[in-house]
Design a binder for this molecule. Structure first.
Ligand code: SF4
Length: 64
């Protein structure tokens, strides 16, 4: 699967890192870092992360 975050709207709240810690993380400098092509096993968590993002910055697509 593919994941992208619109950094023009992301406010580094970290809600996504709580919902899907395997895919999203807030770095020491406070910036969001994420895995753009996570394993499909994390799909449910990533969907949750997209749902909880307060600015709907997370886009989820299928791989390929
Ligand atoms: S929850 Fe949304 S706004 Fe917050 S860090 Fe994640 S992508 Fe950015």
């Amino acid at each position: 699967m593919k994941v992208s975050v619109d950094r023009s709207v992301c406010q580094n709240h970290g809600q996504c890192a709580i919902a899907a810690p395997e895919v999203f993380d807030i770095a020491d400098d406070g910036e969001l870092v994420y895995e753009p092509e996570p394993s499909d096993e994390f799909e449910a968590d990533v969907e949750d992360a997209a749902d909880v993002c307060p600015v709907q910055a997370i886009l989820v697509g299928s791989a390929g």
